[in-house]
Design a protein around this ligand. Structure first.
Ligand code: 13P
Length: 250
């Protein structure tokens, strides 16, 4: 049985006071007995606060990206060891905003994935097609290429500690969620692909859905066989909404 996971990608939102009150509300609504793993991805400057407030709780945290290099002259970048120093367990790699706005190619994403795994961070690999790609019937080939880039560089065993998030680009921040059928179809494609490589990894890996997940659509999505939780953007900034989505995954 895969334990559901609900993660909040805060993107570039927040302030010291907002982060503190959001984390405190999440703490008040969580317990180690929860049937769902809860993870937050604050911006870099607030990871310290997450570490301070969440360290004795069941809520874990991660970063939104990392640099593939171990250290050195990379102005503005953050390394895996720095994230570990701040208690991060997870790191997002390949979010579509990183791919689209900051030019990260499939091979850049694979390099970040490799660095994360080698450092002992658990990568949360994001994949997803644009609307144009979907309309041209390219969804399966785009997702396959995004996953193959990681498999080619890192091998199937590297996915033992990973999570995958299917986030159709056209559903992110648009209020247009994929239907449970559309999402399940892609999740099954991803799982079948991994099952063909390794039975254990394919059956154990958690595949999250992301893209306009809300407290009203979460239960229908999470009810599907291969949807193991969600990667939530906007709705993760309000504790009440985020906890309601967590409850929908239980
Ligand atoms: P929204 O939930 O705001 O659509 O964002 C999804 C997302 O990009 C999570 O990584």
């Amino acid at each position: 049985m895969r334990k559901p996971l609900v993660a909040g990608n805060w993107k570039m939102h927040g302030s010291k006071s907002m982060v503190t009150s959001l984390l405190k509300s999440l703490l008040a609504g969580s317990s180690p007995q929860d049937a769902v793993d809860l993870v937050v991805f604050p911006p870099f400057p607030y990871l310290y606060r997450a570490q301070k407030l969440l360290r004795d709780s069941s809520i874990t945290w991660g970063a939104q990206t990392l640099n593939p290099a171990a250290q050195g002259a990379h102005t503005g970048e953050v390394s895996a060891s720095m994230l570990l120093d701040l208690g991060c367990r997870y790191v997002l790699v390949g979010h579509s905003e990183r791919r689209r706005l900051y030019g990260e190619s499939d091979s850049d994403v694979a390099a970040r994935f490799e660095t994360a795994v080698q450092a002992g961070l658990e990568p949360l690999l994001c994949v997803g097609e644009t609307l144009e790609q979907r309309e041209r019937g390219e969804t399966n080939s785009v997702i396959t290429a995004q996953i193959d880039a990681v498999l080619a560089r890192c091998g199937i065993d590297s996915l033992a500690s990973a999570t995958i998030a299917y986030e159709p680009v056209w559903a992110i921040g648009t209020g247009k969620t994929a239907t449970p059928d559309q999402a399940q179809e892609v999740h099954a494609l991803i799982r079948d692909k991994l099952l063909a490589r390794d039975d254990m990894i394919g059956s154990q890996i958690r595949i999250l859905y992301g893209g306009s997940v809300s407290s009203s659509n979460a239960a229908d999505l999470f009810a599907r066989e291969d949807i193991d939780g969600g990667l939530v953007g906007g709705a993760s900034l309000k504790a009440e909404d985020f906890l309601a989505i967590r409850d929908a995954a239980a």
